[in-house]
Design a protein around this ligand. Structure first.
Ligand code: GN1
Ligand code: MG
Length: 357
């Protein structure tokens, strides 16, 4: 790895480079120098992100925008440039590497230990939304076209079913039909966008709890990480993805489905934090559609996992052959639970934001 990190402007000689787990797409390492100074080194997956230069332009512009609002080194990500002054290193083999300053004395959680943890992550993603409200969205590259285009995800799902490339379809008929039964709802948010009822915003698009750094001691949010999918999008999708991951009572790949449900205390906590973080940015219509965002993004994520299972695990990193299927099962279970709790989800919104009704 030395031939990679030695190309960046680091303070001190590197004494260790160790892999950091987590993330289904990129590969991440922790660099420690003799200074001591800590950095995060990342390899970007060029199969998933076809436009790496555009992606890095987005990241450089967004981090600079957020950085301009705070002097605290821990409150925004800082890219470390290469010796040539570029935001990333492109190797002759076509690989892309980048380095960030490490956020010191911080933690990121796999699961909320208390509703307060999740509320704080809501504040972080809400503030991200608010701070980028004046960012020129049209200058951003769409790093993965149709990323949260749920109807398009169903189209790819149908293609995977028709092809049955890995010969796995026969074993998953029940899951397939539960997803397809909901295909008619998939385009609801996009229809509102087209009708001009929802605005296009700069969104994060991967608002998992694991993408928020919290202060180790106070547990307050410091900054949001994983900016690879920052693109123009819908606020309800950012909100929804955070609920999908953070307000579930079980891990994304839990195999005991009786443990999987939407936790209403966690749901309420994230919602309160997100609305607080967004300030007065969101329209009443956007706030009203937040529960729909939670349901549709969970449906979409499940469809993506099951599509990848049918395609033979070509997209998401898996630890065992049924991993994507396990993930798809938790997601559809969660969608069904949200359907059961639909009235309660909407009641939380009305209670926290009476004007949206
Ligand atoms: C992927 O790699 P990671 O964990 O940041 C995926 C997200 C999914 C998530 C599911 C670029 O994110 O869209 O919601 O897995 N990212 C991409 O855990 O596809
Ligand atoms: Mg991500």
């Amino acid at each position: 790895m030395k031939h990679i990190y030695s190309q960046f402007r680091l303070e001190g000689r590197v004494i260790s480079c160790s892999p950091v787990s987590g993330g289904h797409i990129n590969r991440t390492y922790l660099l420690v120098t003799a200074r001591p100074h800590l950095y995060i080194l990342q390899w970007l997956n060029g199969q998933v992100f076809k436009e790496l230069e555009g992606l890095m332009r987005n990241v450089a512009a967004v981090t600079a925008h957020l950085r301009a609002r705070t002097a605290d080194p821990r409150r925004a990500l800082t890219l470390v440039s290469t010796l040539d002054g570029a935001p990333c290193l492109m190797t002759e083999e076509g690989d892309c590497w980048r380095v960030y300053e490490y956020i010191t004395d911080s933690i990121c959680l796999e699961a909320a230990e208390t509703p307060e943890d999740l509320r704080q992550s809501g504040v972080a993603f809400g503030m991200f939304q608010r701070e980028l409200a004046d960012f020129p969205a049209e200058t951003l590259t769409e790093t993965i076209p149709h990323f949260h285009d749920t109807p398009d995800r169903f189209r790819l799902f149908r293609a995977a079913i028709a092809e049955d490339r890995a010969g796995r379809l026969a074993g998953v008929q029940d899951e397939v039909s539960r997803f397809l039964a909901r295909e008619g709802e998939a385009g609801a948010l996009h229809a509102l966008l087209r009708a001009g009822e929802l605005p296009l915003r700069v969104t994060h698009n991967d608002t998992k709890l694991t993408n928020v750094m919290l202060d180790e001691t106070t547990r307050e949010p410091l900054c949001v990480i994983d900016l690879d999918t920052v693109m123009p999008g819908l606020a309800a999708h950012d909100y929804g993805d955070a609920i999908r991951f953070g307000a579930s009572t079980a891990a994304e790949d839990e195999t005991d489905l009786s443990k999987v449900a939407l936790s209403m205390p966690l749901y309420e906590a994230f919602t309160a934090g997100f609305l607080e973080g967004c300030g007065d940015q969101l329209t009443a219509r956007e706030i009203e559609t937040l529960p729909l965002g939670a349901k549709l993004i969970t449906l979409e994520c499940g469809v993506r996992f099951l599509t990848d299972y049918l395609n033979g695990d070509v997209y998401f990193a898996v630890k065992h052959p049924a991993h994507n299927l396990d993930r798809a099962r938790t997601q559809i279970r969660l969608v069904e639970d949200m359907e059961q709790k639909w009235a309660d989800m909407n009641a939380v919104i009305s209670r926290l934001h009476p004007q949206s009704r």
